[in-house]
Ligand binder design. Structure first.
Ligand code: NAD
Ligand code: WQD
Length: 340
């Protein structure tokens, strides 16, 4: 029998790619998503790729009574992968309570349901944002977390703590938190990818929309950082590689291979690329010029970060495989598909 996995936020960017990889790995998937940051049309795209329409609940995970119906109607859920969260850093500064409610109440509700319905495994979407600007690079999982720069970042920090305290208190529970670095790229089919609503806040969708002529120009926030070319450095990880890591983490929990009841892994490539390098590589692989100009630093940005991936490589047996070139080409193929 297939293992039954509840995917919160499964219509979203990383969730949709993970649903595809879970299908490829022979899992049965139930998606819950309130479509607050995604389009229902993604479900059709997933069906085109996999040949299967995933079971879907449109509801808000932060509303306990609604959430509970899923567990009542679907006995024997084996694990949860919890993606559902609001993720706009700037918005979280202006509207912190939206973030604490959406991200933390949702997590609390899920853990309550785990206890009540004996769902003992969770994979949680955390973020490299918990490290702030580390003093030493690359960052390992032991690098101390820093005070969050934003309410959004704080929800990831507190979310990790809520899980850590819960697995300690309720001994049947096990969890893995995955700290993503900067996820980019799209599925090779160009049927799913990142679908930002409104003006993109993140670099790569802004690059591809500028290349497609939707945005007039890209602003490069800062060229006076202490880096090789003055622009900021990040660890850009392909979303399909990232999705595959979720399958590996899930199997680890289901096979009881985890060494402690709460494990944390960095998910990155281990390579740092600068903003200007990314633009140049995008131009090289697509042959399309990106109109950009240098602008002042963006408030709250860190200078540089990239992951030490040793623990994920050795302990999970997972490694990011796709090159930056291949990944940026997938972004462009996806952009062309949604623009035309
Ligand atoms: P996304 O916005 O594309 O996906 C999140 C999905 O959750 C959306 O479909 C949204 O409609 C849904 N959702 C939000 N609140 C909900 C609620 N209360 N009930 C039901 N559904 C709800 O975001 P993503 O980029 O796929 O991110 C997935 C997870 O990974 C998030 O937890 C995010 O914080 C985390 N993360 C993302 C990044 C990144 O750069 N994309 C980096 C680190 C961590
Ligand atoms: C990358 C670099 C920008 C847009 C964010 C969240 C983080 C995590 C990942 C969830 C920075 C520069 C950007 C633009 C630019 N998410 N940039 N012009 O800020 O590293 O991380 O997403 O957990 O918490 O903060 O990603 O893509 O926004 O920016 O120059 O129009 O690109 O200044 O140096 P970031 P990003």
């Amino acid at each position: 029998m297939k293992n039954k996995i509840l995917i919160t936020g499964g219509v979203g960017y990383i969730g949709s790619h993970t649903v595809v990889e879970l299908h490829n790995a022979n899992f049965e998937v139930i998606i819950v998503d309130d479509l607050s940051n995604s389009s229902v049309s993604v479900l059709k795209q997933i069906e085109k790729i996999t040949g299967v329409a995933p079971k879907f609940y449109e509801l808000d995970v932060s509303k306990y009574d609604q959430l509970e119906t899923i567990f009542k109607e679907n006995q024997g859920i084996d694990a949860i992968i919890h993606f559902a969260a609001a993720k706009a850093v700037g918005e979280s500064v202006d509207n912190p309570l939206k973030y604490y409610k959406n991200n933390l109440v949702s997590l609390l509700n899920l853990i309550e349901c785990q206890k009540k319905f004996n769902v003992n495994n969770m994979v949680f979407s955390s973020s490299c944002t918990v490290y702030g600007q580390p003093n030493v690079l690359p960052v390992t999982e032991q690098t101390p977390r820093q005070d969050a720069e934003s309410p959004y970042g704080n929800t990831k920090r507190v979310g990790e703590d809520m899980i850590s305290d819960s697995v300690s208190a309720y001994s049947q529970l096990n969890a893995i938190a995955l700290r993503y670095f900067n996820p980019i790229g799209a599925h090779e089919s160009a049927l799913i990818g990142e679908l930002p609503i409104g003006v993109p806040q993140n670099l790569v969708p802004f690059i591809s929309q500028t290349a497609a002529g939707i945005r007039e120009k890209l602003l490069v926030f800062g060229d006076d950082y202490d880096t090789k070319d003055g622009s900021a450095i990040r660890d850009f990880i392909n979303v399909v590689d990232l999705a595959k890591a979720h399958v590996v983490a899930l199997k680890r929990l289901l096979d009881k291979k985890n060494k402690t009841s709460f494990e944390i892994f960095n998910l990155g490539t281990g390579n740092g690329y600068s903003v200007l390098e990314l633009i140049k590589t995008f131009e090289e692989v697509t042959g399309v010029k990106v109109n950009y100009e240098i602008a002042p630093r963006r408030a709250g940005d860190i200078e540089k970060i990239w992951a030490d991936t040793t623990f994920a490589n050795e302990e999970l047996g997972w490694k990011a495989e796709k090159s930056l070139q291949e990944t940026l080409l997938s972004v462009w193929n996806w952009q062309k598909n949604i623009t035309n």
